[in-house]
Design a binder for this molecule. Structure first.
Ligand code: FE2
Length: 190
């Protein structure tokens, strides 16, 4: 899920890097095909091989930039010692929805490229929610032990995180607080 977050955020980043963008697209397609297979059967060596390649592709792609999934996740990883990829996966749909206006056209193209039946922003969010469920990833940061009393501190850290500058929209400290709240209460409708 970290490799998916790398490619997804790189693909959505507003910085100019067409090569990284192409790598990100193919990386996401491979992850869609292979990650559920690996999760179901750890002995599926072909799928594991593809996931190994996809993880390298994700880290190559993110020279184009990351975004608020990582900005929100890094402080939580540091303070609560949560797993990085899992924490990213929890934040993923909330950040995509927050960035919607800036990324909708690109996400429609991405949903077509990875072969979703319906090519829309909503169907892409549905795919993210489905794959999270398939991998038993929690829906909220409440479930991974984040305390709402820390939201101010976490938001201050998120605002100055190196990933914040390449998020598709500019985010204030208050907006990071809102994102932590949405991710805590499972609010996916804004
Ligand atoms: Fe990461």
């Amino acid at each position: 899920m970290d490799a998916l977050a790398h490619s997804l955020e790189a693909y959505c980043s507003p910085f100019f890097h067409p090569m990284a963008e192409g790598i990100a697209l193919e990386c996401i397609r491979i992850i869609k095909e292979c990650l559920p297979r690996v999760y179901e059967n750890g002995k599926d060596i072909t799928a594991r091989g593809y996931m190994l390649v996809a993880s390298s592709m994700g880290s190559t792609a993110f020279q184009k930039g990351l975004g608020a999934i990582h900005s929100l996740s890094h402080p939580v990883n540091s303070i609560y010692n949560t797993h990085h990829g899992l924490t990213n996966a929890v934040f993923m749909p909330y950040v995509l929805i927050k960035n919607r206006k800036a990324i909708e056209d690109k996400i429609v193209l991405l949903s077509k490229f990875i072969g979703l039946r319906e090519n829309s922003f909503d169907s892409f969010i549905k795919w993210i929610l489905d794959i999270r469920k398939q991998l038993n990833i929690p829906n909220t940061i409440k479930e991974i032990g984040v305390d709402p009393q820390d939201f101010d501190k976490l938001s201050k850290m998120a605002k100055v995180d190196p990933s914040t500058a390449s998020n598709p929209i500019s985010l204030s400290e208050d907006e990071f607080i809102e994102l932590y709240k949405s991710s805590y209460y499972g609010k996916l409708d804004n």
